[in-house]
Each structure stands twice: as C-alpha cells, then as structure tokens.
Design a binder for this molecule. Structure first.
Ligand code: FE2
Length: 384
C-alpha cells in the first residue's frame, strides 16, 4: 500500500469515527441537512469523485462474507437500506435480543468501525414482517435503532415520529444531499388481495418450475388518506427538498419506481408516490436518484413521473438474502440480478456536467448491472 493510500485509509477511519459520533448534528426543531464529515481523499483525481455504496437484507444468523467485497470497493460512505437485521419480534424481549445478536455480527460491526455509514430500517429491523404504524413496540424499536446506530442522546432521530434524517456532503465544491426516509413508523395498512394471498403457494410452485411469473398479494390502496411517510415527515421532506443541492440520494427502504410486483413498495400507496413527484416539482428539487432495498435481488427501475424528470431507482438487496424468482416490474430496465449483492453510486464531478454511475456488484466484486446518467437527465422541464 502506498503512503498516499495509507493516508487515505487513516482519513477514512477518522471519517468513520466522526460519522458514528454524529459530528455535524444540529440542535433544534427541523434543522437543515446535517453536515457529514467524510475523509478528504488523498489524491487529486479522487477529490472529484464520491463513491456511495449501499445494500440491504442482512440476516444476523448467517455468515456475511460480502463485507470484505464492499470494503475492497473503497466506498466513501455506505448506506444501510433496511432489513439490516431480522428482528421479527412480536414482543419487546425478542426485539432486544435480536439487536444484541446484531451487535455480535463481527464482520458487519468491523466494517462499521472502518467505513462511514448511515442507516434506515425496513420491516424486519423495525419490528416484524411487513409491519407499519400499528407495530406495538415502535418506541422501543426507535430507541434500539438509535442506540445501535450510535445516534447522539440529543439526536432528533430519537424524538421525531420516525428515524428519518437528511445529510449533506461537500465534495469538489458541490453538495450531495442524502435523504434517509422512514417508511415504517407512520405507514398505513396496505391492502391485500385475498385471492392472490390464497393462491400464493400454487403460484410459487408453478413459478419455481418456470411455468409462470409470481407476484405478491398487495394491491394499491385507493384511500387518499393512506400514508407511507405521515404528515410530519412530509413537511420535513418538503423543507429538505427546498435546500439547494447538486445531487440528491433518496434512501427508500422499499422500491419506489417499481410497478406490479405485488410486494411492499410505493406502488401500494399511489397517492403518496404522486405526492413525492409533485413535491420534487414544487420545490424544484433536481438531481434526485433513489436507492432501495427489500426485494432480495438487485433491480433497476425508471419511473417517468408526471411533470418531473425520470426517477431512477436502483434496488440493491441481498447482503445475505437471495430470492431467485424475481417478480414482474413493468418499470424494470434490463435484467434482475438474483445473487448476493451491493450497489454503488459513483458521482463524477470532474466533467462540466457531472455524471452518476449506478452499478451492482456481486460477492466476487464483479459488476452485474450498471447504468450511467448525466446530471442533465435529472432536470425539471422549464415550466413544470
Ligand atoms: Fe423488507
């Protein structure tokens, strides 16, 4: 390892410590995006780039060899997109026990000590399979989450109705905003199609034999009052989207752009998804891309949101979990990758128009999906 690389490594370690200690947290109600202190790269070329890695769905009872591969990719930041452990807890004692198990996953915790990271939760680490606002232990879960992810005692994430937060990274004279959503704490009940649910086992058996597609049992909730974020989080998000930023990364624990999967996703709450596009438009929040998890495979989707620019959503799911029968998704671009994986977003500020490169890597570090975007493709129409 060169001296420059060693220096770079030391700075990365320092950055991890700062992030874990919550440096940059601001006091007060709804403060702006929290400045995130990342290590300054040692070489000139790296100063013009930012590499954000991300992934989801890590079962604490399983080996987690993928962390060595993520580490080798040398990300500036890692985003835990949810289902970071599987609590699946119907009672408080089990919830506490699962977090204790999570703390003992050495491969993951060693990675966390070395690499700056942020986290949100999905159903399994929030509480139980597919649960939302009705989960009876959500206050305890919020406390356990904030303890496990080293939130300071005065962090707003401990007192808000949910663990959402926004961060700001400065690189190459540009700013990257990371918007971490909470899609569990306030989520209304999804609508289940009983016929799909009853026929699930037969559909699975047929799909396993290659005789048809299979999807989940959720259908869109037509109730305009049904919510994913809750009003307080919507108000907060509007304020954050009004802040200037060159690039915005929206962290969504479930798929935002996908359509037709039948599993948990924004499509189950069509009014909420339309509201997001309308909010992006109203705040003129350009340069936004989405990263999501939950599905147990990797998937790239594009939503031609009305009056907006295309919303690209890269799903990276499967740090330990893999589902080998991908569901239909009419907004899919390319193929699914059903193997252990993590995602990368490489932002290149060295060109006059910055570029974003989305990719998915497997356990060996080989690239399985990729897409290059220009920031010019993430601009609002002039009169939207
Ligand atoms: Fe999930």
């Amino acid at each position: 390892m060169s001296d420059a690389a060693l220096l770079d490594r030391r700075q990365l370690l320092l950055g991890a410590g700062l992030a874990a200690a919550g440096v940059g947290a601001q006091a007060g109600v709804n403060p702006g995006s929290r400045p995130l202190a990342l290590a300054t790269p040692a070489d000139q070329q790296a100063l013009q780039h930012l590499r954000i890695a991300f992934g989801s769905c890590a079962k604490q009872s399983k080996p987690q060899p993928i962390w060595a591969t993520v580490r080798a990719a040398r990300p500036d930041l890692f985003l835990f997109l949810g289902d970071n452990l599987y609590a699946d807890a119907r009672d408080a004692a089990t919830l506490r026990q699962r977090y204790a198990e999570f703390a003992r996953v050495e491969a993951l915790q060693a990675f966390r000590r070395d690499v700056p990271h942020l986290a949100t939760w999905d159903d399994h680490d929030y509480g139980d399979d597919d649960v939302g606002a009705e989960y009876p232990h959500k206050q305890l879960s919020q406390q356990l989450f904030c303890d496990a992810w080293n939130e300071p005692a005065d962090s707003p994430r401990r007192s808000r109705p949910g663990i959402y937060e926004a961060y700001r990274i400065e690189r190459a004279g540009r700013s990257v905003q990371v918007l971490v959503l909470d899609l569990r704490f306030n989520r209304s009940a999804p609508v289940i199609d009983p016929t799909l649910k009853q026929g699930y086992t037969a559909m699975y058996a047929k799909a396993k034999m290659g005789l048809g597609a299979m999807k989940g049992w959720y259908v869109p909730n037509p109730d305009p009052a049904a919510t994913l974020l809750g009003e307080t989080q919507w108000a907060w998000l509007g304020e954050r989207l009004a802040e200037p930023a060159d690039v915005r990364v929206l962290v969504s624990s479930v798929q935002l752009a996908a359509e037709g999967t039948g599993w948990e996703c924004w499509a189950n709450f069509p009014h909420e998804r339309q509201r997001l596009a309308a909010l992006i438009r109203a705040k003129r929040a350009e340069g936004l891309v989405v990263v999501s998890g939950d599905m147990h495979y990797a998937d790239l989707s594009r939503w031609e949101a009305p009056g907006c620019y295309p919303l690209w959503d890269l799903t990276a799911s499967g740090l330990t979990e893999v589902w080998d029968i991908p569901t239909p998704n009419s907004r899919r671009v390319g193929e699914v990758f059903a193997g252990l994986n993590f995602g990368l977003l490489d932002i290149d500020f060295s060109t006059p128009v910055p570029t974003l490169h989305f990719s998915v890597r497997d356990l060996q570090g080989d690239t399985r999906l990729q897409r290059r975007l220009s920031l010019d493709q993430l601009r609002l129409p002039p009169h939207a």
